[in-house]
Ligand binder design. Structure first.
Ligand SMILES: *[C@@H]1O[C@H](CO)[C@@H](O)[C@H](O)[C@H]1NC(C)=O
Ligand SMILES: CC(=O)N[C@H]1CO[C@H](CO)[C@@H](O)[C@@H]1O
Ligand SMILES: [Mg+2]
Length: 252
């Protein structure tokens, strides 16, 4: 075994496309062998964090769904963009106008949303109506110093019934219209991976990220000094950028 492999103390697991494919009845389908893999990782004594850019549902709801699919997972083990955004909003005294999925709104329950001085965008899915997008646009363009916070910048993702536009595409629309640059708090932002590492108490060189997205998962983790592995499930099979590559290990 290589010296670096012996130094591994913790694993970060992406969820969608690694543990299950989302969508359809029941909210998704587990990927063969993934529930057993989680069990084995836990039994091995390695630290484990689930790192998701999931911004369609509260962590409680999301974790319930995964438990229902047979995964040993709890809310405390999940690093997600909404709580990271809440920390940032509080630190900077920002009051958001939310352009997020209805199911995610409760994550912002204790945040002051009166007289907004920024816009927070997440994967709103069917809530990305023209009216909702335009309302967010009006708030943003009306600010003296527009602040746009995005809970991720994925281009698209895969559900059981096919590929879906992700938050990044809508974020770009608002950036273009208002001539601003969004601050991204989900994957592949460095701060996101760093908070997952901090929660595990593990240094970057002791951790491996496992994901299906070459940019958000593999690229983001490598920027933090971690090694990363791309699985061949999830969006790998349909991704242009991922095609032809199996493992993306950080060169020594
Ligand atoms: C979000 O979408 C759901 C389902 O289509 C709908 O019932 C709800 O009214 C929408 N909420 C907003 C704020 O657009
Ligand atoms: C990189 C990554 O994890 N992308 C995920 C973003 O969120 C959607 C669901 O909203 C997932 O399906 C993607 O896999
Ligand atoms: Mg994924």
């Amino acid at each position: 075994m290589a010296a670096w492999a012996r130094a591994v103390r913790g694993l970060l697991l992406d969820i969608s496309g690694v543990l299950y494919d989302s969508g359809g009845e029941g909210g998704g389908v587990p990927i063969a062998g993934s529930a057993e893999a989680v069990q084995r990782i836990k039994a091995s004594g390695l630290k484990l964090r689930f790192c998701t850019n999931e911004t369609q549902a509260t962590r409680e709801k999301f974790v319930k769904k995964l438990q229902g699919l047979g995964f040993d997972i709890s809310v405390a083990e999940v690093t997600a963009p909404a709580p990271a955004a809440c920390r940032l909003l509080k630190e900077r005294g920002l009051r958001p106008h939310l352009l997020v999925h209805d199911d995610l709104v409760p994550e912002f329950a204790d945040i002051d949303k009166t007289n907004p001085n920024c816009v927070v965008i997440g994967d709103a899915a069917e809530n990305f109506s023209y009216a909702n997008l335009n309302e967010a646009f009006r708030v943003l363009i009306g600010l003296e110093k527009p602040v746009l916070i995005s809970l991720g910048k994925g281009r698209y993702y895969k559900e059981t019934d096919g590929l879906k536009l992700d938050v990044g595409a809508y974020m770009k629309a608002l950036e273009y219209a208002c001539d601003v640059q969004a601050e991204v708090v989900g994957k592949p932002a460095k701060a996101f991976f760093e908070s997952a590492l901090a929660e595990m108490g593990v240094r970057p060189e002791q951790a491996i990220m496992i994901g299906d997205d070459i940019v958000s998962d593999v690229g983001g983790a490598q920027q933090c000094g971690m090694r990363a592995v791309q699985v061949r499930t999830g969006k790998y099979s349909l991704s242009r950028v991922g095609a032809g590559s199996i493992l993306h290990l950080r060169p020594d």
